[in-house]
Write a protein that binds this ligand. Structure first.
Ligand code: G1P
Length: 271
């Protein structure tokens, strides 16, 4: 069973500047609710019991969002506003399941994952990238089902336009397993159009094995000098680990770019 999830939150959010010059992008509201709350709710609905946030000193406002009890208690005592009471209860529910670790230098997603090494208890864990919202269907839940069935690692996947391949981790499939699930032959981080093995992209939901920490400890930095989780996944595949790409059914919203963020607000606003 997958009970733990990790969420890398130490990124600088440069694609959302100037908003992120003073604000954590994961607290920016999508239709009135911080995007991180959508991700947390997805975790809860998928049966996750503990979520590890990887933050940095610069992103301490994320911790403060969940640790503001004095403030809420004072306001509730004065105002007794049912809306505020409800919101506070929700925050408390989230807070109970969150642990924090720190990645003070943004050295890539692989480095962020490594910071959780001591806290991961089981053989497999879930990772969610907060820029990627998937609505209308719980992608994590579907991936956990696939993991349980095939006892393998799983990544969310989607076909993308060929001209955008250098924005994503791109994989090559070796065979179809079932309707929306494919065995991965290899994966590469942000290839050029010329070098891309396909137009099949990895989206920010991963079921990873604890073994990945051994790979990450040895992982050399990749393009732009960061430690990429994709490179360690490729290394695991080469060592014989089974990775399944799951073409999820929900709707993908890219909240990590300005256009994507604006669009996500419009789409969720209409639901
Ligand atoms: C990360 C991963 C990339 C993946 C993408 C999905 O990139 O490194 O492999 O395709 O998330 O959103 P980032 O968005 O951090 O640049």
């Amino acid at each position: 069973m997958i009970k733990q999830a990790i969420i890398p939150l130490a990124g600088l959010g440069t694609r959302l500047l100037p908003l992120t010059s003073v604000f954590a992008k994961e607290l920016l509201p999508i239709n009135g609710k911080p995007s991180i709350e959508y991700i947390l709710q997805e975790c809860i609905d998928a049966g996750i019991k503990e979520v590890i946030f990887i933050i940095s000193k610069k992103k301490i406002m994320i911790k403060n969002y969940f640790y503001n009890d004095k403030f809420y208690k004072k306001i509730i005592k004065k105002k007794k506003d049912p809306r505020i009471i409800k919101e506070y209860k929700k925050i408390l529910k989230f807070k109970k399941m969150i642990k924090f670790v720190y990645q003070n230098n943004p050295r890539g997603t692989g480095d962020a994952v490594l910071k959780t090494k001591k806290l991961i208890k089981d053989k497999y864990f879930l990772m969610l990238l907060p820029d990627d919202l998937i609505i209308k269907q719980n992608c994590s839940k579907s991936m956990i089902k696939i993991h349980n069935k095939y006892n393998s690692c799983v990544m969310a996947s989607m076909n993308v336009k060929k001209k955008t391949v250098s924005r994503w981790g791109i994989y090559n499939l070796s065979k179809k397993i079932s309707k929306n699930n494919f065995l991965i032959r290899s994966v590469v981080e942000k290839p050029s159009i010329k070098n891309a093995p396909s137009n099949k992209a990895v989206i920010g939901r991963y079921i990873l094995p604890k073994r990945i920490f051994e790979k990450l400890l040895k992982q050399k930095s990749g393009n732009n000098g960061e430690i990429h989780i994709t490179d360690s996944i490729q290394s695991l595949i080469q060592s014989g680990d089974k990775f399944i790409a799951h073409n999820f059914k929900g709707k993908y919203l890219d909240c990590g770019t300005m256009n994507g963020f604006i669009n996500s607000n419009k789409i969720i606003g209409k639901i």
